[in-house]
Design a protein around this ligand. Structure first.
Ligand code: FES
Length: 155
């Protein structure tokens, strides 16, 4: 269920966009920020505020990898790209390395809820592959050493 604070923020953001449809991504972001993921109920509430059909909001939430729909994630959501450029430059090896470091498999969350490890299909940073996203930050030209440093620096 959306908090009053989130509802107000979404209502306010309606004024920033020419149509309610343009406000969907921002509304999903605002709602996700509160607890790290989105539920079907929350997306239906967002649709109600925006005056849209719920299925349209749910389609947006399900399409983009930055939204965690019905999937609670750890404090640090590590999303590593395994598409062509990243794969050619060693993504599979780096994924295995991270699974060992975190002692989890892809798709899992560590016992202390500090990390969730996911794979994604191209985050649009192919020129600096291999790359990954941790929460809102991009990390590029990854190596084993870089990954170890990034994970150590996470709260
Ligand atoms: S292939 Fe990895 S960012 Fe595009």
């Amino acid at each position: 269920m959306l908090s009053e604070k989130v509802k107000k923020e979404i209502e306010g953001s309606l004024k920033k966009y020419p149509t309610p449809r343009s406000a969907v991504m921002d509304a999903l972001r605002v709602a996700q920020e509160e607890r790290g993921h989105l539920t079907g109920e929350e997306m239906r509430e967002i649709a109600g505020i925006l005056g849209m059909e719920p299925v349209r909001v749910q389609a947006m939430g399900g399409f983009y990898s930055m939204y965690n729909v019905e999937k609670p994630v750890g404090r640090n959501h590590v999303q590593i790209c395994r598409n062509i450029s990243c794969s050619l430059l060693g993504a599979e090896h780096l994924i295995s390395h991270m699974e060992k470091l975190l002692d989890i498999k892809t798709g899992e969350t560590t016992g202390d809820k500090k990390f969730t490890l996911s794979t994604v299909e191209c985050l649009g940073s192919c020129g600096t592959a291999p790359m990954m996203q941790v929460n809102d930050d991009y990390h590029e030209n990854l190596t084993e050493e870089k990954i170890e440093k990034i994970l150590k620096g996470c709260k």
